[in-house]
Design a protein. Structure first.
Length: 225
């Protein structure tokens, strides 16, 4: 009797341990989660300049340009005046310093060839104390061409020629209209702010009748669309 009671108690004692062992054996240990691949990075916009690609420093096409500068009247033909009204007036406007404002709208036909519409004004001050004061104003507008050559990717030399109609008023005589020529030469630098360029130009403005020659120097700024 005692032997049977001992066997039953031993069976009860080992039963929970066997059950736990079976459960442990039945449930395999979960393998560590495999590292998931990193989320694909969102596609980025294509770089504007591929590695090793040459930077396009100069933008060509439709452009607008402005100049403001100064100069001097180096030649001036004699003009007739009403001596009865102005007996002390000189026969021609005195040579003197002046200023200029110019605009151009053009289009690049090729890398170094452009057509342009030009316009602006020249104002020359009289240097004589004789009356009447003969300050001279010249307003012009016309069409021209521009050519050039590159010294580097960004630095260019340019030459220009234009034919224009001009209206000259010396504040004494009746305003005269005629034909004028405009020639220029200068340098142009395309800055790192794209579409913009700056430069410096020496120009000669030559109204044909009456004959005058105004030589000027003007910085310029240009924007190409």
């Amino acid at each position: 009797m005692k032997k049977q009671l001992f066997v039953m108690m031993a069976a009860l004692a080992f039963a929970p341990a066997q059950s736990v062992a079976q459960e442990t054996k039945a449930e395999p240990i979960a393998a560590p989660a495999a590292a998931t691949p990193a989320a694909a990075e969102p596609a980025t916009e294509a770089q504007p300049e591929a590695a090793g690609a040459k930077v396009v420093a100069v933008v060509r096409g439709l452009f607008v340009e402005g100049r403001v500068g100064g100069g001097y009247m180096v030649k001036n033909t004699e003009l007739t005046v009403d001596r009865a009204t102005y007996p002390s007036a000189p026969k021609s406007e005195p040579l003197g310093p002046g200023s200029t404002v110019q605009m151009a709208v053009g289009y690049d036909l090729a890398d170094f060839l452009a057509l342009q519409l030009v316009g602006g004004a020249f104002m020359v001050s009289a240097t004589s104390s004789l009356e009447p004061v003969r300050d001279l104003g010249m307003v012009f507008g016309g069409v021209g061409v521009r050519g050039g050559a590159g010294l580097s990717d960004r630095l260019h030399v340019n030459g220009s020629f234009a034919a224009a109609g001009v209206r000259a008023d010396n504040q004494v005589e009746k305003a005269k209209t005629g034909v004028a020529l405009l020639v220029g030469a200068g340098v142009e630098y395309y800055v790192h702010v794209r579409h913009f360029s700056i430069g410096l130009e020496v120009s000669a403005f030559v109204p044909v009748s009456p004959m005058r020659v105004f030589v000027g120097l003007a910085p310029q700024i240009k924007y190409t669309f």
